[in-house]
Design a protein around this ligand. Structure first.
Ligand SMILES: Nc1ncnc2c1ncn2[C@@H]1O[C@H](COP(=O)(O)OP(=O)(O)OP(=O)(O)O)[C@@H](O)[C@H]1O
Ligand SMILES: [Mg+2]
Length: 83
């Protein structure tokens, strides 16, 4: 299953929703790949702290190997070409 959290407005809960959905799938023993495409990389930073939220807001330790978080923006590397 693929879930996309996109909205043209800022501050409407995209990151919060993505983090919560990730927590729900992990709590059901699903492996999750979360791709954070925002230059702020907020969900990447959140999971870098090593915790995921339960649906009720409580946190549980990230299960080894169940979650992969990628920051699309942080993954972009300069190539040194002049433009
Ligand atoms: N369902 C909700 N009910 C109440 N507050 C919420 C809800 N979802 C998010 N918020 C709050 O709204 C604020 C913005 O949420 P969030 O950062 O997830 O938005 P965003 O769309 O990712 O913002 P940005 O465009 O800056 O990346 C945060 O303070 C968050 O705690
Ligand atoms: Mg956000």
């Amino acid at each position: 299953m693929k879930v996309l959290c996109v909205h043209h407005k800022g501050g409407v809960g995209k990151t919060t929703t993505a983090i919560q959905i990730t927590g729900v799938f992990l709590s059901k023993r699903n492996r999750v790949l979360l791709i954070d495409g925002d230059s702020q990389a907020d969900s990447f930073k959140f999971f870098s702290e090593g915790a995921v939220p339960k649906p009720g807001g409580e946190r549980l330790a990230t299960q080894e190997g169940m979650l992969t978080v990628v920051s699309a923006m942080l993954a972009i590397q300069p190539v040194g070409l002049k433009h």
